[in-house]
Structure formats: C-alpha cells, structure tokens
Design a protein around this ligand. Structure first.
Ligand code: MN
Length: 231
C-alpha cells in the first residue's frame, strides 16, 4: 500500500524487562472512579454507571520525561491512575473473563487542563480539550500481568516536589477493573493495544513549570515527570 505521505510512527510504551515495545491503539479513561475524588469535584458520590472519555494514542509518553506546560490553560492538574493494557480484544466481555484480556498494567498520569474541562462541563460541551492534548498521558513501562501481585489491592500515590498529594488504594475503585472493562467492552470492541486509565483518587491539584511529579502503584511501577516551559 502506498500512502500520500509517510504514516506516523506507531505510538508505544516500553515494557518492563523486555526489548519489545507495547504498541498503543487507543486510550480509554474512566471518569469519577474513586468516591473521595468524585466528592472533591462536586459530584454525588452515589454509584452511578461508569463513564468514559478518550485520549489520542500518542498522548502516551514514556517516563521519565519532561512534559511541556500545555497551551490554553492556567490550571494543569495531575491525576495519578492505574493503567490497564489490553492484550486480547473482545466485545461484551463478562467480568469473570476480563483478566484473560489483560496483557499487563502500569501507572500513568491523566494530565488535565482543569479550567478547560470546567468550561466544557458548564457549556455542556465535550471534555476533549480538557483531557486529550499532546503529552497528556505520561506512563511508566508496562509490566506483564504475570509479574503483578494484585489489580485489586495496592497503594496508589503521587507527590509533587516530594510532597505527597494523592495517597489511596486501588481497592477503593468504585468500579473495579473487571467491572469497568466489562462495561467498556459493551460500548466498543476492545483491541490489542488499548489502554484503560482507571480513574484517580482524591487530591488532584495544579502543577506549574519546574515541578517534579513522582508517583506509583505498589507492585506495578513508579514514574517521574518534570513540567517544562510552555509549549
Ligand atoms: Mn482521570
């Protein structure tokens, strides 16, 4: 097949202890999946059905890295999240079969232009400009599922310049990995290479140029991101 220009390089993330990279197809994100975070964002903490938004595949950038402070915002927020990497696709996946579709997992940051997201919510417009921008999903290397002790019980944390801002446990997910991936697969046919960012715990806040973000999910990975000058 000839193309009118050279196709873009396949978006990918490195894999823990391996030379081969994990090719990324799509990035799905779960909204409002920890009760305390739902409350801090002014929402009813009642268990509403999970909902999703997306980021472009090449928003995923390997850590450690420097992320340029993005355009159009003055309120860039960190959201530390457990990230699931799909290895086997499927539609209408039953909860009890979700683990068979998971290749591995990592930790990532759902960087958010909070002021643009708030404007979109107020105007009943899509969240895209708040969520789906260049470098908006820095992630640690993906760890194969066989080397992960638990996807249901692990500390998840984030610090800025050494000061802990988010500190919770993935056991507190409102919708577990099995539950929200099963639900997601009812809306789209999942494919190998899809990433699912599973939501953030409480403690989201702004970062500025020069800040150094560290974070992790115990047993899965750690990351470091420096916020650079405006793009
Ligand atoms: Mn998020």
């Amino acid at each position: 097949m000839d193309y009118v220009f050279t196709p873009p390089v396949q978006a990918s993330l490195p894999v823990v202890a391996g030379d081969a990279a994990f090719p990324i197809r799509r990035i799905f994100c779960v909204g409002r999946n920890y009760e305390a975070h739902a409350r801090e964002m002014g929402n009813d903490p009642d268990r509403e059905p999970p909902f999703f938004f997306t980021k472009p595949a090449d928003a995923a950038v390997a850590t450690p890295c420097t992320v340029p402070y993005p355009p159009l915002t003055n309120d860039l927020h960190h959201e530390i999240e457990l990230v699931i990497a799909i290895g086997t696709g499927g539609a209408n996946i039953p909860q009890e079969q979700v683990m068979d579709h998971i290749w591995g997992a990592t930790v990532g940051i759902d960087l958010t232009r909070r002021d643009l997201q708030a404007d979109a919510k107020a105007a009943r417009r899509p969240w895209d400009w708040g969520k789906a921008f260049d470098y908006s999903a820095p992630c640690a290397p993906i760890r194969p599922i066989a080397d992960i002790p638990s996807l249901t019980d692990a500390r998840i944390w984030l610090a800025v310049n050494g000061e802990v801002r988010q500190d919770a446990n993935i056991a507190d997910l409102i919708w577990s990995v099995a539950e929200h991936i099963s639900t997601l697969s009812e809306a789209v046919t999942l494919a190998p290479g899809d990433l699912v960012m599973t939501g953030t715990p409480a403690g989201v806040a702004a970062v500025v140029e020069g800040d150094v973000i560290t974070g992790g999910v115990d047993g899965i990975g750690t990351l470091e991101v420096t916020i650079g000058p405006r793009a």
